[in-house]
Write a protein that binds this ligand. Structure first.
Ligand code: ZN
Length: 289
């Protein structure tokens, strides 16, 4: 069935409505591109200036009370990210595109030669600047060149991900690295376990895009950059997945956290990545130089 919109990544007209409902809208639907496997919402109209600048998107996680609660919730994830990209940023000029409340910026600042952030949300930006960070509102304001640009779960929020990749790559030094992490449309809860309740949870208004390996590679290619590697990454492990199967609810990684031993998490993540069913994808992108 033609859905009346072309794929925002590969421009194919082979686009059909997905059967799933969004968790937070009865009017917006998710579409899927048959050519590149990309999924995306049939309307981006709700992502306006207020959404980015005035924190509206922060309200989309109702279980998080305020900023301190939010920081606690994401602390372990930011620790994991800092460990992962730490070796890449040593003595480098680094930009974090979409730095949020700055938890990762704080962690990599002692390692890097220079660190800057990019953040549309005004409250985050002002607070980070007050703490001595250099934080821009828009990519156009950043000077560069940067050796490394980090982009953790940013592209899925932006109406035009190709433009964001292109603007980032333009600010990389020769031989520089753009490190991208995004949600993966082929999440095992949807594709392997086929959890009925998850079909009404996976898609939501904050995420305009859900990348496949092909669509992420295509977005990078269209931005005239070179993919070095795309790999699967797991934010959630066995505890989260088993909890969905048993209780049809999120949060199992916190409630059944005794199941999340580091070695088990690692092996399970490795198996999901090999089967292309991780919940996230990581792309490493280079410009020639
Ligand atoms: Zn496509």
């Amino acid at each position: 069935m033609a859905a009346g919109r072309a794929c925002p990544i590969c421009a194919s007209a082979s686009v059909a409505r997905r059967p799933e409902r969004l968790r937070d809208s009865n009017t917006i639907r998710a579409l899927a591109c048959a050519a590149c496997g990309h999924s995306f919402l049939d309307s981006f109209g709700h992502v306006d200036e207020a959404y980015f600048v005035h924190d509206r998107f922060l309200l989309s996680k109702p279980f998080l009370e305020g900023l301190p609660d939010r920081l606690r919730h994401y602390e372990s994830e930011n620790q994991e990210r800092a460990q992962r990209v730490g070796p890449l940023v040593v003595n480098k000029r680094v930009l974090e595109f979409g730095c949020g409340a700055g938890q990762l910026l704080d962690k990599i600042k002692p390692l890097a030669r220079e660190v800057e952030g990019l953040e549309r949300t005004r409250s985050f930006r002002e607070q980070l600047i007050a703490r001595g960070h250099v934080v821009h509102e828009r990519i156009e304001e950043s000077r560069g060149p940067y050796d490394v640009i980090l982009m953790f779960h940013v592209l899925e929020h932006l109406p035009d991900p190709v433009a964001a990749i292109r603007a980032s790559v333009a600010r990389l030094a020769p031989g520089g690295l753009l490190y991208i992490e995004v949600p993966h449309v082929n999440d095992a809860l949807l594709t392997l376990y086929d959890v009925e309740a998850y079909h009404g949870f996976h898609f939501f208004k904050d995420h305009l895009h859900y990348f496949s390996r092909s669509s992420l590679a295509e977005a990078i290619r269209r931005a005239e950059a070179k993919v070095v590697a795309i790999s699967g990454h797991s934010r959630f492990g066995l505890a989260n997945h088993l909890y969905w199967l048993k209780h049809a609810k999120p949060g199992g990684h916190m409630i059944w956290n005794f199941l999340e031993t580091p070695s088990l998490f690692r092996e399970y993540a490795r198996a999901l990545a090999a089967a292309d069913m991780s919940d996230s994808l990581v792309a490493q992108v280079r410009v020639d130089g």
